[in-house]
Design a protein around this ligand. Structure first.
Ligand code: UT7
Length: 319
């Protein structure tokens, strides 16, 4: 059977790390509140020289290097972001140019924090239908640019970064992406959105969130979609080696794992270091756990995310 196999991963963070203490100097908040409610201790914030495309390019280079693949071998780039460098063209085409790839398929996917799950599912479908042999799937964000830095309820939660995976279509008997499930419920638009855009205000806008309600939806939807994905892959929770969740809030990670009956020590947690990096958070956390030796070849890994839309999704893969 032809499947999309993860050949390598990479990630990138901005140079500047901002602690909760530093934030509390300019925002009415405290290190204690942020840690207790979210688990976040610090985040990385892009400077003027760093953009979504530059972070995405750095992450992509590292994924190519880990996979031992030349940039010229990439047929498809799918980049998930809600903070593109420009309204158009797609940030994926900027990454293509920066990597020196003369011709390939390159486009962006917009599903906010669920973006990487949408991107990897689309890339997997394209690879399995023969559109190409290798796909770079990237999640990259500079959410710091759309935050209202006077809204303490949101500005302490997010950070910038990028993560990437190099997928290759291969004849395998069990490796690769085994199942993926995606959802959207547009009627919940007002729970998490940006109050601007080219067609409405002609401005970029700022992120607005009704956090408590998003939280409630997150725990239920994530547990449901993980169950649905495991069932589609013909697996039980006991077969799972690692869960790599979207890193929004440590309490959501705990509650979701508990609902599924999974050990907390099987859940990769980076929210303490990176905060919520939206579409970048799943591939960033995946890359951290591969590079520190936790995720090993042959492991069964579940990816999951939920965000604005509302959107949510999950994927099961054998690394
Ligand atoms: O990535 C997309 C998905 N996003 C999510 O999954 C986020 C989901 N939501 C959450 O993670 C949580 O709802 C938050 C972390 C956003 C908020 O935690 P909460 O426990 O739901 O707090 P809350 O919004 O109900 O606020 C509790 C109190 C309020 O004060 P009062 O009304 O009780 O006096 C807030 O004004 O905490 C106050 N507060 C803060 N205090 C200090 C809100 N933000 C802050 C802050 N520092 N930064």
């Amino acid at each position: 059977m032809i499947r999309s196999v993860v050949k390598g991963s990479g990630s990138a963070l901005p140079r500047r790390c901002v602690s909760n203490h530093e934030l509390a100097e300019t925002v009415d908040t405290s290190d204690e509140w942020i840690i207790e409610r979210t688990g976040i201790r610090q985040r990385y914030i892009a400077d003027d020289t760093e953009t979504t495309a530059s972070l995405a390019t750095d992450a992509a280079r590292r994924a190519l290097e880990a996979a031992g693949v030349e940039a010229s071998g990439v047929d498809i780039i799918v980049l998930a972001t809600a903070t593109p460098d420009e309204t158009f063209p797609a940030t994926a085409t900027k990454v293509q140019a920066a990597l020196g790839i003369e011709d390939c398929v390159a486009f962006d996917v917009a599903a906010v924090c669920t973006g990487f799950l949408y991107a990897i599912s689309v890339a997997d479908s394209l690879l399995r239908t023969g559109m190409g042999k290798r796909a770079l799937v990237i999640g990259a964000e500079t959410f710091s640019r759309i935050l209202d830095w006077e809204d303490r309820a949101t500005c302490v939660l997010f950070g910038d970064g990028a993560g990437a995976m190099l997928l290759e279509a291969e004849e395998t008997d069990g490796q690769g992406i085994l199942a993926a499930k995606l959802h959207a419920a547009g009627q919940h638009h007002d729970l998490l959105y940006v109050d601007g855009g080219p067609s409405t205000t002609q401005t970029v806008g700022h992120l607005r969130m009704r956090g408590r309600e998003v939280f409630r939806h997150a725990v239920k939807n994530l547990a449901d979609v993980l169950g649905e994905t495991l069932e589609a892959a013909g697996l039980t929770p006991a077969a799972v080696d690692w869960v790599v969740p979207h890193q929004a809030n440590a309490r959501i990670l705990d509650a979701t794992a508990k609902k599924l009956g999974l050990d907390a020590d099987k859940v990769v947690v980076t929210v303490d270091r990176h905060a919520n990096t939206s579409a970048a958070s799943v591939p960033l956390a995946f890359d951290v756990a591969v590079r520190d030796g936790r995720i090993q070849r042959g492991d069964l890994v579940l990816l999951e995310a939920m965000g604005g839309g509302l959107t949510w999704g999950a994927a099961a893969l054998r690394y």
